[in-house]
Design a protein around this ligand. Structure first.
Ligand SMILES: Cc1cc2nc3c(=O)[nH]c(=O)nc-3n(C[C@H](O)[C@H](O)[C@H](O)COP(=O)(O)O)c2cc1C
Length: 382
C-alpha cells in the first residue's frame, strides 16, 4: 500500500475503532500497514511499547484485568514500601494514605495532583496482588512488574539489608518464576526530601542499590530515576551511576518544593527528552535499556522517547483524563487512550512512523517498518 493509501485507511480505522478497539491491534497494524510495533521492557518482548507506570491505577486485580482486556503491553504495580522480617519500614513515611487525586491542566498538558505516596495496605495484601499479577503474566495476558521503595541510607550509614532481604525474598516467592522482574522506585517526593540534598548520597544509592537487591535473589532490576532538584548535568551523572541496573525508567515527575507536590506535563517531557538526548550510549559499559515516562500523551511523544533510546513507555496521567478528552466513545480509559496513541491520524504512532518513512528517516526491512528501528543504534542491541 502506498503511503497516502495507508493514511486514508488509518483515518477509517480511527473512526471505526472509536467504538471498539480490537484487543490484538498490533496484529491489525502489522497486517494493514506492515508496521511491526514489537517493543521491549526489562528484557521482555512486548507486542507494542505502551505500558502503565506504577501508581494509583495499578492497585487492584480489577484494574489489571481491565488493562489485560484492553491489550496494554505491561503494568507496573503500585510501589510497596520495603519491610524487614519484624515489619519495620525505614521508608515508612512513604506508606501514607491519601485517596484524593485531582487531574488538572498544566500549560499545554495535564498533571495529577496528589499528596499520597506508596502502598498503604499490608505487605500480605501486596503479595496477593503480585500473585494475581503473576497469573496474568504466566498466561501471557499482561506482563506485570512489582515496584519497591527500599531503605536508602545517609552517606555515613550502611544499607539496612534486613529490608532488602525480607522484601525481595517474599516478592520472589509470590512471583512464579526466576528471575523476578522488579522496579526500584526513587520517587519525586524523595527528590523533595532532605535525604536528597546531597549529590554524593544520591549517586551512592544508584551505584549500590542493584547489588543489595540482587544479593537476595535472581532479580532483573529496573531503577526508576527521579528528577533530582539539580541541573541536567547531574541528571546525566545519575544515569551513569545507575549502569548496573538492567533497565532504567526515565524520569519520574518533577517536584514542586513550594507546594510540596510532584507534577508532570510539558515541563516534565521537555526536561526528560533534553537530558536523554545528551546521554552518550556508546560509552562502556553501555547505558541499560531505557523505558520512558513523563507526559506521554500521543504517538508522536512515544516516538520522541524512542528516538532517544526508549524501547517502551510507561504512562499514568494519560490514562486518567476526563472522558471527553478522548476521541473514542466507548471502552475503558485504557482502550480509549490506546486508540488515540496508536491510531490518531495525525499524531498517533502509526501516522508518525509513516510520516518518518515518507521523509526518508525510517526504512522498511523485509517489507515492514519496525518500532524498534526508531532507537539509536547503540540502544538496539539490548
Ligand atoms: C497519582 C500518582 C501516583 C504515582 N505513584 C507512583 C508510585 O507509587 N511509584 C512510582 O514509581 N511512580 C508513581 N507515579 C509516577 C508515574 O508512574 C509516572 O512515572 C509519572 O506520573 C510520569 O508519567 P505521566 O506524565 O504519564 O503521569 C505516580 C504518578 C501519579 C500521578
Amino acid at each position: 500500500m502506498s503511503n497516502s493509501a495507508s493514511l486514508a485507511s488509518l483515518a477509517d480505522d480511527f473512526e471505526r475503532f472509536k467504538r471498539e478497539l480490537p484487543r490484538d491491534f498490533p496484529a491489525h497494524v502489522r497486517d494493514a500497514y506492515r508496521i511491526n510495533l514489537s517493543a521491549r521492557y526489562l528484557g521482555e518482548p512486548l507486542p507494542h511499547p505502551v505500558g502503565k507506570g506504577s501508581g494509583q491505577l495499578s492497585l487492584n486485580v480489577g484494574q489489571l484485568e481491565t488493562d489485560a482486556e484492553a491489550g496494554l503491553a505491561f503494568v507496573v504495580l503500585k510501589t510497596v514500601i520495603a519491610q524487614d522480617a519484624a515489619g519495620a519500614q525505614s521508608m515508612g513515611a512513604w506508606a501514607i494514605h491519601e485517596s484524593k487525586m485531582k487531574v488538572e491542566r498544566r500549560g499545554a498538558g495535564w498533571t495529577v495532583t496528589w499528596k499520597g505516596r506508596g502502598w498503604d495496605r499490608s505487605f500480605e495484601e501486596y503479595l496477593a496482588l503480585v500473585r494475581a499479577g503473576w497469573d496474568l503474566t504466566r498466561d501471557r495476558h499482561l506482563l506485570t512488574v512489582p515496584s519497591v521503595k527500599y531503605h536508602l541510607p545517609r552517606l555515613d550509614e550502611p544499607f539496612r539489608d534486613g529490608e532488602y532481604a525480607n522484601t525481595t525474598t517474599a516478592l520472589a516467592k509470590a512471583w512464579g518464576q526466576s528471575p523476578l522482574l522488579l522496579e526500584k522506585d526513587f520517587s519525586p517526593t524523595l527528590a523533595g526530601d532532605p535525604l536528597s540534598d546531597e549529590k554524593a548520597q544520591i549517586l551512592r544509592w544508584l551505584r549500590e542499590v542493584p547489588q543489595h537487591v540482587r544479593a537476595h535473589g535472581d532479580v532483573r532490576l529496573a531503577m526508576k530515576l527521579m528528577n533530582a532538584r539539580f541541573d541536567d548535568d547531574f541528571q546525566r551523572e545519575m544515569v551513569n551511576a545507575a549502569r548496573a541496573a538492567d533497565a532504567l525508567v526515565v524520569f519520574n515527575r518533577l517536584y514542586d518544593v513550594e507546594h510540596g507536590v510532584a507534577y508532570g506535563g510539558v515541563e516534565l517531557s521537555d526536561r526528560n527528552l533534553r537530558v536523554l538526548a545528551r546521554l552518550t550510549p556508546g560509552a562502556s559499559p553501555g547505558i541499560p535499556e531505557l523505558s520512558g515516562t513523563g507526559n506521554v500523551s500521543s504517538g508522536r511523544m512515544i516516538v520522541d522517547y524512542a528516538l532517544r533510546g526508549c524501547s517502551s513507555v510507561q504512562l499514568h496521567t494519560f490514562f486518567q483524563l476526563p472522558l471527553e478528552e478522548y476521541a473514542a466513545t466507548d471502552g475503558s480509559r485504557t482502550q480509549r487512550a490506546l486508540h488515540a496513541l496508536i491510531f490518531d491520524p495525525r499524531d498517533g504512532l502509526v501516522a508518525v512512523m509513516l510520516e518518518r518513512e515518507a521523509a526518508g528517516l525510517l526504512h522498511r526491512r523485509d517489507g515492514e517498518l519496525h518500532f524498534l528501528d526508531l532507537l539509536p543504534d547503540a540502544y538496539r542491541s539490548h
